[in-house]
Ligand binder design. Structure first.
Ligand code: NAG
Ligand code: NAG
Ligand code: NAG
Ligand code: NAG
Ligand code: NAG
Ligand code: NAG
Ligand code: NAG
Ligand code: NAG
Ligand code: NAG
Ligand code: NAG
Ligand code: NAG
Ligand code: NAG
Length: 630
């Protein structure tokens, strides 16, 4: 681009940073939560026994909105012998319309970019995505999109910027510029508008404005503010953008776009977080809460930070708005990464700022430097267990810390009735590739159905050695194909693991900056992974995705799917075979021959502060010991 154009674009952005409207900057006092007059019906906590009326009302509209994109999608998928129009007409006014969820895993920028490739492939607005063998329209047909950690940066970027496209994010002058590390701050494409020091000064000021109102803050507040500069297209990273404002967007209200859900875990003082008993929280545009027995309640998102006690805002309690800052929510879901801030010491920022960081650390202690502090909305709430309801503050951490690095939890809740989940896995299990471990964790948790699983069912998942030995981590695999082999209703899971098609996409979780070329190569690889190189690896792939979408619905309506579907299930369904022998080193090479020469695998960066921690799906681990590699 010419320098003159660049200047024009940049000054236009300065003059009017709100040229592209998006979610709303509707917080009362920028980053700082503020007391407001309570609404006529005071905010309250509701039991998790059913879905919110917000969601059930919205679903009614969404189920109508998906009919036309789904009809078109299924027609394009060329499922020989299947009349898509007739089928959609048949089920259109019933609960038999296929209910589709998409789940995007964590794993830092690697997960954001690989996930972006999948979303780009699923989005009918992407150029050529509705061509033969592509999957465009799946996003428009989906009801739910869940994400956590790095995946949450992706889903946050899309929904907070008015459901923008991946191509627009790539082309943007304002967001998704990953060339500068987040520690340095954005420079708006060559125009150093913001110095690193003033960037951090602004961040510190914002966080202090919250602290000064009496709210506990942590590294996650700083992290969330920093993330916002990269992901929210507004000046200073849109300090007034709230997550709940997504619910006020026209296209969301009309149910023209899917429901975004971010996931985080609970880890209160003294708790050890393990997958089999973790408390999993969700953030959706209306609510924050958890259906797990430990909480079993939901609080209105817009009024987080209010004085809830016993499930109500009492007569003398104040109503607070602006706590649900959009960057803070994204930062909470990715709090494991807030330790990147500790690397500020190795940059050239002023010492004053370094000492701010040092004092935060002193206040919270190393062991808790990954938490986000939420004023406890479930204090005294009757359904919440006593040890949590007695706390004044909830500690919430990265959604991947319990090892369930794919955000399946909200999509496996029985009252959501999801039929099929497209699970995009960018975990770093072995050499920064996934090996199914996240699915194993979710499966194990579901086995404790009367406890933490609380009635959820999940398909049988083999051990991680089997994943590698059978190649289930190299190409898409379906789990739970046969509903008769499940202990209760559960979705079919279409597992889509990150794999090297056109690019070695196992980049280190510690890569804090990407050139535009590398960023785009990661996204294109993700597109190729999801589409199996536009069905060039298997000409039936698009049809098989259609069969997966239809599977549960056809079962309910007693419809026999055509033989192409039987073939698909034969080739893509895991059939129960196990091979748990210790596999050799997993070092896959590029699956596609492309004109671009492959980038060599980059060895892991040396140990930083992150390396002292346990090994989670979001961080690279060595294969045997489960300890971080050095
Ligand atoms: C959001 O995007 C839609 C579709 O592109 C557009 O029609 C609408 O005007 C946008 N909304 C805002 C608030 O910009
Ligand atoms: C809100 O009002 C309460 C008194 O009702 C006061 O204690 C509190 O400090 C106020 N909070 C803020 C953020 O202004
Ligand atoms: C969600 O439902 C509650 C209770 O019915 C209502 O007060 C609130 O306005 C709804 N939220 C939105 C964003 O529509
Ligand atoms: C649809 O599938 C049939 C056979 O399965 C094939 O002959 C035909 O070329 C396909 N059409 C398209 C547009 O791919
Ligand atoms: C579905 O409902 C709409 C209106 O609610 C109606 O026009 C249509 O005929 C119904 N379709 C079927 C197949 O019942
Ligand atoms: C879309 O397809 C056309 C025709 O095959 C091609 O010229 C164009 O480059 C493609 N666009 C993208 C984004 O791949
Ligand atoms: C979860 O299990 C671990 C290990 O069994 C235990 O130490 C921890 O206290 C449990 N946490 C909760 C919240 O129950
Ligand atoms: C960073 O530098 C400050 C001041 O130079 C020092 O007090 C602090 O301990 C350092 N923090 C870390 C995490 O190394
Ligand atoms: C889920 O947990 C709640 C709260 O402990 C309980 O009331 C409910 O019966 C449980 N549901 C199932 C299906 O186990
Ligand atoms: C698949 O399609 C996309 C978009 O049209 C294109 O950019 C990409 O190169 C194609 N992949 C292969 C392997 O041809
Ligand atoms: C099950 O899958 C394995 C490979 O994953 C294959 O070798 C075996 O033949 C399959 N069994 C049946 C009954 O299809
Ligand atoms: C069927 O269920 C059994 C028992 O839960 C399980 O061991 C087996 O792996 C399941 N088969 C498939 C294909 O999921």
């Amino acid at each position: 681009m010419k320098v003159g154009l660049l200047l024009a674009a940049a000054s236009a952005a300065i003059a009017n940073p709100l040229t592209t409207p998006r979610a709303l900057p509707n917080a009362p006092d920028e980053y700082s939560p503020a007391n407001v007059t309570c609404p006529a019906t005071k905010p309250s906590i509701r039991s998790a026994a059913s879905l919110s009326t917000n969601e059930t009302d919205w679903l009614e509209a969404r189920h109508r909105e998906v009919l036309s994109p789904m009809r078109d999608l299924l027609k394009r998928m060329n499922i020989t012998g299947f009349d898509a129009s007739a089928y959609i007409n048949l089920v259109s006014n019933t609960s038999n319309v296929p209910n589709i969820g998409i789940a995007v895993s964590g794993g830092g920028y690697r997960a954001m970019l690989n996930g972006a490739g999948a979303l780009k492939a699923f989005d009918s607005r992407t150029d050529n995505s509705t061509a033969v063998g592509h999957l465009g329209g799946l996003l428009q047909s989906a009801t739910y999109v869940s994400a956590l950690s790095g995946g949450g940066w992706l889903v946050g970027s899309v929904f907070l910027n008015n459901f923008t496209t991946i191509a627009e994010l790539q082309a943007s002058e304002q967001v998704w510029d990953l060339r500068n590390s987040i520690l340095e701050g954005p420079d708006h494409k060559h125009l150093q508008l913001l110095h690193t020091a003033s960037y951090w000064d602004d961040i510190v000021d914002a966080v202090h404005s919250k602290r000064d109102k009496g709210f506990n803050t942590s590294l996650t507040d700083y992290w969330g503010r920093a993330l916002s500069y990269q992901f929210i297209n507004a000046s200073e990273g849109g300090p007034a953008y709230t997550f709940s404002s997504i619910a006020l967007m026209d296209n969301f209200k009309k149910a023209q776009i899917p429901l975004p859900i971010l996931v985080a875990d609970g880890r209160n003082p003294g708790e050890l977080l393990v997958g089999s008993n973790s408390t999993v929280y969700e953030f959706n545009p209306w609510e924050f809460g958890s259906p797990d027995p430990a909480i079993y309640g939901f609080a209105p998102m817009e009024y987080l930070g209010s004085d809830f006690s016993n499930g109500q805002v009492g007569a003398n309690g104040s109503c607070v708005r602006g706590f649900d800052n959009a960057g803070f929510v994204m930062g909470t879901s990715s709090s494991l990464f807030n330790q990147f801030i500790l690397r500020l010491n190795s940059t050239s920022i002023p010492d004053t700022l370094k000492s701010v960081i040092a004092s935060i650390l002193e206040a919270i202690g190393e062991a808790n430097n990954d938490i986000a502090a939420y004023k406890n909305p479930f204090a005294g709430y009757s359904h919440t267990n006593a040890s949590i309801s007695s706390l004044s503050e909830l500690n919430v951490v990265d959604g991947g810390e319990d090892g369930q690095n794919i955000p399946l939890h909200p999509l496996t809740q029985p009252n959501r009735h999801v039929d099929v989940i497209f699970a995009i896995d960018s975990s770093a299990d072995v050499n920064s590739w996934p090996n199914g471990k996240s699915l194993v964790r979710t499966y194990e948790r579901s086995l404790n159905s009367s406890g933490v699983g609380n009635g959820t069912t999940f398909p049988s998942i083999p051990d991680t050695n089997t994943f590698i030995n059978l190649g289930l981590n190299k190409r898409p695999t379906f789990f739970g194909c046969n509903p008769r082999n499940l202990t209760g209703p559960a979705p079919l899971v279409v597992y889509i693991p990150n794999a090297p098609y056109s690019h070695m996409s196992n980049t280190s979780t510690f890569d804090l900056s990407y050139s535009d070329e590398d960023r785009d190569a990661m996204i294109l690889n993700g597109y190729n992974v999801a589409t199996q190189a536009n069905s060039t690896q298997d000409a039936q792939w698009a049809a098989c995705v259609g069969c997966a979408i239809l599977s549960r619905s056809a079962d309910r309506t007693g419809t026999t799917l055509p033989s192409v579907c039987s073939d698909c299930f034969q080739s893509y369904c895991w059939n129960g075979t196990l091979d748990d022998r210790e596999p050799g080193e997993y070092e896959p090479t590029l699956q596609l021959r492309t004109p671009n020469s492959p980038r060599p695998i980059v060895p892991y960066k040396p140990a930083g502060p992150l390396m002292g921690r346990e090994c989670f799906g979001v961080l690279p681990c060595s294969r045997k010991s489960g300890q971080p590699r050095s």
